[in-house]
Design a binder for this molecule. Structure first.
Ligand SMILES: [Zn+2]
Length: 274
């Protein structure tokens, strides 16, 4: 599933091919995505120019300039991907939507499970109900250990689901929460309200570290966004705990344990994480 680093990698991969280009044709092969493709999307896009791509949490934001400006709010869902195809390159199965650009490039959306969507926002992006209640970006200065400490006082929820709550901070999916808690040495079962400030400072730093590493690693796959027939390179990080239950902890050699927290599998080391 595309997580924040994959969406950021997608943004960086397609931006040079999309920004400033005019849309000359829109091909909708399958309008039934999680949110149906807006009926007027073709009219809104043809002849319009695309602005600098943004991202908020796992939403890709594509500004559309022109008489009636707006923004495409694009979500990759469970299995969606965007890449740049060349004119004449035949669509594959599950290539649901094409934006044909004035230089012959095609921004092509592929999504086998169709949990992703593209929607049109006419007004302010931040006012959209899907974005308005989101917490800060994990790599921004507004996210830090003090915020985690402040928001967690009195909370009995386990620290892992707490840090995965998008109102607290966005983009900390299951993999990144598990890895960051390991790096910070915090037991994922511990009540959020009983984690000290010193530990939250370590946790925030660890969240930033694992996400930044994933984005850096994704940078090696940027060329995969253009041409070729494969999927854009979603990448596998070297993981310390996620998916490794029953295996040995890389730090102490003890056996990694699996528990379920907030309906999510959570792997951790009982010796290194307290
Ligand atoms: Zn260990």
């Amino acid at each position: 599933m595309p997580e924040l680093p994959e969406v950021e990698t997608t943004r960086r991969g397609i931006a040079p091919h999309v920004e400033g280009r005019e849309v000359v044709e829109v091909v909708v092969r399958q309008p039934r995505l999680r949110v149906p493709v807006p009926a007027d999307l073709v009219d809104r896009l043809v002849g319009a120019r695309l602005g600098p791509l943004g991202r908020r949490a796992k939403y890709l934001l594509v500004p559309v300039e022109g008489d009636e400006p707006g923004t495409l709010l694009w979500h990759l869902g469970m299995s969606g991907s965007l890449r740049i195809a060349r004119l004449g390159e035949l669509p594959r199965k599950h290539d649901h939507l094409d934006l044909v650009l004035d230089d012959g490039g095609i921004l092509r959306y592929h999504d086998p499970r169709r949990f992703g969507f593209v929607d049109w926002l006419a007004g302010s992006v931040e006012a959209d109900r899907r974005l308005a209640r989101l917490g800060p970006e994990p790599l921004s200065e507004s996210f830090d250990g003090e915020r985690l400490y402040r928001l967690s006082r009195g909370r009995r929820l386990a620290v892992k689901p707490f840090v995965m709550d998008s109102a607290v901070v966005v983009g900390v999916g299951n993999i990144y929460a598990a890895e960051a808690l390991f790096l910070a040495g915090i037991d994922p079962r511990r009540s959020a309200g009983r984690v000290s400030l010193a530990r939250y400072l370590r946790l925030a730093a660890a969240v930033k570290e694992v996400l930044a590493a994933a984005i850096t690693q994704g940078g090696t796959t940027l060329r995969d966004f253009v041409g070729g027939t494969g999927e854009p390179g979603y990448f596998k990080q070297r993981l310390n705990v996620y998916g490794r239950h029953g295996e040995a902890c890389r730090r102490c050699g003890g056996e990694l344990r699996l528990v379920t927290l907030g309906q999510r599998a959570s792997v951790f080391c009982t010796r290194c994480q307290t």
